[in-house]
Design a protein. Sequence first.
Length: 316
Amino acid sequence: MSESKVVGIDVSKARLDSMAVPDGECFSETNDELGIVALVRRLQALEPGLVVMEATGGYETAAAIAIAAAGLRLAVVNPRQVRDFAKASGILAKTDALDARVIAQFGQAIDPQVSDLADDDTRELRAIVARRGQLVVMRTQEKNRLAMALGSVRKPIKEHIEFLDKAIADADIDLTAKLRSSPAWKAKEDLLRSYKGVGPVNARTMLADLPELGRLNRKQIAALVGIAPFNCDSGKFKGQRHIWGGRARVRSALFMAARSAVRFNPTIKVFYEGLINRGKPQKVAMVACMRKMLITLNAMVKAQTHWNPEHGCQRT
């Protein structure tokens, strides 16, 4: 990749600042429909080997879709990786143009994996799942406030909690309708929920936020979610293994599934109790259960098999 032209795009709510390496050509467009059309035309004229942009909480989505639809190789990367690369390169200053150059240099040096962008239905499902999670967080905050509230303040908080309860229920209805509209999604949800401990919210979160499930090997899927242990050893120092990075919503869903599985799934229960009996801390044992569950679910989706507690998996 070092000999190929790479374009880095620094994304903000208002603008898309781009720079190509190694020739240094730079240009900027507005982050709206007209600006994105102009950006794609500039990129097609440049014919880069790779276009790299950071994931910025959704501001990059429209541009990423347009770039990929134009047939250009696109990688949407973790901003933290780019900043670490910049620090390692001795680049501490931040401007839009400088950030675009750093992103391009990162793509040139690392050659990140080309992004597999979700289709419209998957993006909508992901948006509903994300909104449901926001509503649940707001409801928890309001319940905590209610416990401390006095007098006339309590009534409006209760009314807001009731409103959030209904909004969450409506989101569940929307999720069910969306999943049932696609036979493939329905089949995949039913497959995931056959694993004891995986409930509807867990399954839908994985459907929305982990489309790679079933397409990667066990090490790749664990690293992608952020539950693969990384060594912390140097010289004579032998440190603990730690998980790091990954997809937070999927990890949270897996944690909740694992909490249920250690009580009701015979395989995970025995595995968890064995780790505890060997002196493993509870948190370490729980993460190990999450990883075991994810690897099993990945294998189930890959092989299109349902879970059978007596025989492992049963082919459908």
